[in-house]
Design a protein around this ligand. Structure first.
Ligand code: ADP
Length: 397
């Protein structure tokens, strides 16, 4: 069986087409600049030449149609007909308080996704468009929604409630949801499996460190806390997001710079984080380079990023009354040995010791702590697309 995984952003659509027997990605690609001049499809299929197509994409429906054409094309396609697509798994940002587990898309599910446009204004409309485009292009093929908020839904109220007047929770479901749920679920489960963590010793902290960064605490694979909130803005310092901040900063900037709240939220989402601090870049490789060349603000941004991770690990170890394993994942977490090392050097109080040779390896599940380390530390490459494809298959089988 072959499953198509779609991840629709406001102006992009990423896809992977996976053969579930072998778990091999047989084709993948990206539609960029949807509804912007210069729309572009890049399609890569195993054993074929890469295919790049410039074609107007006024909306996601056209983009999905072009993806179907690429997948079935005689030269660079991988299937003869769209009927070979057993199901489509959609990464959907927000399900409010309604769903935590993946669901087969029905009219009711679409209504929930629509009702959450307020909570995910950039992503939910695009996610729904992607679903409706698939319904149109492949009538009868099941669509499954896998929610980024799913993993965090089981956080206990003491972790997910904001200490603001309760009526706002009742009226608008304002609470902490958490995001990157597919990754945290996959990596925490994989940490337990790969690390052979026995029952009763499955307190895991997952550090998903990339452009978007978040951290979760889970016991037995069930989330007890996670750093993102009502939106992905809360928590760690990220590429362009500030993470935790005193809300009074918003009022102060609004008053002094004559900006609206929307403008400031845009600034906190897109111009802050390590980009804002360093003035150099939101990309951690650029920052490392600038720091190595002596750029003080790049060093400050890197230091602040790691410091926030260290604080959260301490908080989550306290929240769980202990921690058995810490796992690093995503772009920075999987690739930056120096970031992992710097973070773990501040965790000596937990009895953590890093094996420098193991920490230098890349591209696979790895135990990077020494045998006498009191807490096991792992690198576990995340694979959100495969996780979505597996969830999709499980529902449609
Ligand atoms: P997202 O999915 O949130 O866009 P990723 O998880 O792909 O982000 O992470 C991208 C980030 O990982 C980039 O900032 C990139 O510079 C960083 N990164 C990748 N490899 C390395 C490395 N070897 N050292 C430091 N940072 C790295």
């Amino acid at each position: 069986m072959k499953v198509l995984v779609l991840n629709c952003g406001s102006s992009s659509l990423k896809y992977q087409f996976i053969d579930m027997e072998t778990e091999e990605v047989i084709a993948k690609g990206l539609c960029e600049r949807i509804n912007i001049d210069g729309s572009l499809l890049t399609h890569k299929a195993v054993g074929k030449e890469d295919f790049v197509l410039e074609h107007a994409m006024p909306n996601h429906t056209v983009a999905v149609k072009l993806v179907m054409d690429a997948l079935t094309d005689k030269e660079h396609g991988v299937i003869a007909d769209v009927s070979e697509i057993a199901a489509v798994g959609h990464r959907v940002l927000h399900a409010g308080t309604v769903y935590s587990d993946p669901v087969i898309v029905t009219e009711d599910v679409k209504k929930v996704i629509r009702d959450c446009f307020d909570l995910g204004p950039l992503h939910n409309p695009a996610n729904l468009m992607g679903i409706e485009a698939c319904e149109e292009a492949m009538p009868g093929t099941p669509n499954v929604a896998v929610f980024d908020t799913g993993f965090g839904m089981v956080m206990p109220p003491k972790a997910h409630m904001y200490a603001i007047p309760y009526e706002y929770y009742e009226k608008y479901s304002i609470r902490r949801y958490g995001f990157h749920g597919t990754s945290h679920k996959f990596v925490s489960a994989e940490t337990i499996r790969f690390g052979e963590l026995p029952e009763g010793h499955r307190k895991v902290i997952v550090c998903h460190l990339g452009n978007g960064s978040s951290i979760s605490a889970s016991i037995d694979g069930k989330c007890v806390d996670t750093s993102m909130g009502l939106t992905p803005l809360e928590g760690l310092i990220m590429g362009t997001r500030s993470g935790d901040i005193d809300p009074a900063v918003v009022q102060f900037i609004a008053n002094h710079e004559n900006k609206s709240i929307d403008e400031i939220l845009n600034l906190l989402n897109k111009k802050s984080g390590v980009l804002g601090l360093s003035g150099v870049s939101s990309d951690f490789r650029d920052l490392d380079k600038a720091e190595a060349e002596g750029n003080e603000r790049a060093k400050l941004a890197n230091d602040a990023f790691k410091y926030r991770v260290i604080k959260y690990i301490g908080a989550y170890a306290a929240a769980m009354n202990g921690v058995d394993a810490i796992a690093f994942t995503a772009g920075v977490g999987e690739n930056s040995a120096s970031t992992r090392k710097a973070i773990c050097e501040n965790l000596e109080y937990l009895g953590i010791k890093i094996d420098d040779a193991a920490n230098k390896e890349r591209g696979k599940n790895m135990l990077i702590s020494t045998p006498d380390s009191k807490v096991k530390v792992f690198v576990i490459p995340t694979n959100e697309e495969l996780a979505i494809a597996k969830d999709t298959l499980a529902l449609v089988k």
